[in-house]
Ligand binder design. Structure first.
Ligand SMILES: Nc1nc2c(c(=O)[nH]1)N[C@H]1C(S)=C(S)[C@@H](COP(=O)(O)O)O[C@H]1N2
Ligand SMILES: [Mo]
Length: 507
């Protein structure tokens, strides 16, 4: 008897329930940060195929930021809720890692124990038999008990579809949204038709999964529950009302406890967001190290994206500095950057160099077509040109021994800060391995034209292996730093400080 629903099966099934809850709820938080879906290779407002907002967007570029499009959703529904995209992404990351692990254990055990023959059909007549079952359900009937051994043909087909088709496709479309993977294997994203197509497919697959969950849970309570529930939950093959009541109660309590736990995670996260961020980053960092951090971009080498892929529309996140924020940037803008200087150096070197825009343009020019993705979800393909960050850093001479990171600071201020703190200058700290990548550049051109003001003129950082929030616009100063704990709130960047994103985002 025990062998029918052995412990490993029940345990992985329960974990799967919890982890899917985390994934779906945090996925909704991520979607709420840009509640629109596209089939295009860019995210042009007005061309969405689906949206969850009534907000009308200006079609003019550079007057509206993606942060303004974010929606606040109740923590009862999403994880963690209330516009916390950074924490939502961390929860999604943890959910993915544990869900894949749990899924692997399940599949390995399925084959190791031979139980795979119960869910994977081995003969073609599963289709006609499933069709018979389907007709019975469609007539609001239930196939008789002897069809379930322990699953009927329709169940076998559905379970096989969910485990071996739906789940892998969810993983693949999810991977196609990671900047580390896109920059390392650009063809993989191109194969889907771009980040937005992968994102839309991910959404549709998740909707299919939710339909499955509703049907699955519903049918457990509808189809021979007096036999199935005691069988699954108590491991007893008996048709007695007493066992049925017991199993029914256990099933309901379990579902209730899991839902309470899922909602509890939201309130736990919101009660102390820095604590939640520290915990989630610590738990997910090993996964990022193992799977993503070693990937170096090959956009410029592989030339997978071509002129034809260049997007019509490019969102903005962060508007140009205003007179109050940076009178000097406005002065430089109005005088064509003639006496604008990039400040390079800092304490670790004991020296500071100033570079004009012409100095930078005189250095070797690096050009490639790449895809920008904001962690909120929009993307755009552009041709970027500028100087490699490593070439610029080389001007400072040998790297100081204690230089562990490169810090990049903007003329502009953070868009928002949490807890009503005063807005700090936008900054980002880059690990050395990212700073030395081939496709990490200080860009002064986009699509063969000088950078637009809203895209960071005269100079903006590009780190193709990561999301947009690392790519400081209106760069003012670059310097070596030893640690970042004492800069800003100590998380390695403005978006890490305020949106609680991970220092090494990449997913
Ligand atoms: N100075 C500054 N740089 C910034 C930001 C900002 O608000 N201020 N936003 C970042 C984010 S979250 C993204 S997605 C990109 C957006 O770049 P774009 O406006 O050129 O599309 O810029 C990044 N660099
Ligand atoms: Mo972003």
């Amino acid at each position: 008897m025990e062998a029918d629903f052995p412990f490993w099966l029940r345990a992985t099934h329960l974990f799967n329930f919890v982890l899917l809850g985390i994934l779906i709820r945090s996925g909704w938080e991520i979607l709420a940060s840009l509640p629109r879906l596209w089939w295009r290779n860019d995210s042009k407002p007005g061309t969405e195929w689906l949206k969850f907002t009534r907000r009308k967007l200006p079609t003019e570029e550079g007057v509206h930021t993606s942060l303004m499009d974010e929606r606040s959703v109740s923590p009862l529904l999403v994880l963690p809720g209330r516009e916390n995209i950074g924490l939502g992404r961390h929860w999604h990351g943890i959910g993915v890692m544990l869900w894949v692990l749990n899924g692997l254990i399940y599949v390995i055990m399925l084959f190791a124990t031979g139980l795979w023959t119960r869910i994977i059909p081995t003969s073609w007549d599963v289709f006609p038999r499933a069709w018979e079952s389907f007709k019975i359900y469609a007539g609001f009937g239930v196939p008789s008990l002897e069809h379930f051994q322990p699953y009927d043909a329709l169940q076998m087909l559905t379970y096989t579809g969910v485990v071996f088709i739906l789940a892998p496709l969810l993983i693949l479309t999810g991977l196609a949204m990671s900047p580390a993977i896109r920059s390392r294997f650009p063809w993989f994203v191109k194969m889907f038709g771009g980040v937005q197509v992968a994102r839309s497919l991910h959404f549709i697959l998740h909707a299919a999964l939710i339909l499955f969950i509703i049907g699955h849970v519903g049918l457990v309570f509808i189809v021979h529950p007096e036999y199935n529930l005691p069988h699954m939950i108590l491991g007893i093959e008996a048709n007695e009302p007493e066992y049925y009541a017991q199993a029914f109660t256990i099933a309901l309590i379990t579902i209730g406890v899991v839902i309470a736990l899922l909602i509890g995670l939201s309130y736990w996260s919101l009660a102390n967001r820095p604590r939640a961020q520290r915990f989630l980053v610590a738990v997910t960092e090993p996964g990022r190290q193992l799977f993503l951090n070693w990937m170096r971009p090959r956009m410029s080498k592989q030339k997978v994206f071509t002129e034809k892929d260049i997007s019509e529309y490019h969102w903005t996140n962060g508007l140009p500095p205003t007179k109050d924020e940076s009178p000097e940037w406005l002065h430089h803008r109005d005088t064509d950057w003639a006496d604008w200087r990039l400040e390079l150096g800092g304490e670790l070197n004991g020296k500071t160099i100033e570079l004009s825009l012409d100095d930078l343009k005189a250095m070797p020019k690096h050009k490639y077509i790449g895809v920008h993705s904001c962690m909120q979800g929009w993307s755009a393909t552009s041709k970027w040109a500028g100087v490699k960050l490593r070439d610029v850093l080389e001007l400072l001479g040998p790297r100081p021994q204690n230089a562990n990171y490169v810090m990049i600071e903007s003329h502009g201020l953070a868009q928002v800060m949490y807890d009503n703190k005063p807005r700090e200058p936008f900054y980002s700290v880059i690990p050395l391995r990212d700073a030395y990548e081939d496709d990490t550049i200080l860009a002064y051109e986009r699509n063969d034209k000088p950078l637009d003001n809203h895209l960071g003129a005269p100079l903006r950082l590009r780190v193709e292996s990561n999301h947009g929030y690392k790519m400081v616009k209106w760069v003012r100063k670059i310097e070596w730093v030893e640690h970042y704990e004492n800069i800003g709130d100590g998380r390695g960047g403005t978006r890490e400080d305020s949106a609680m994103q991970a220092f090494n985002g990449r997913i």
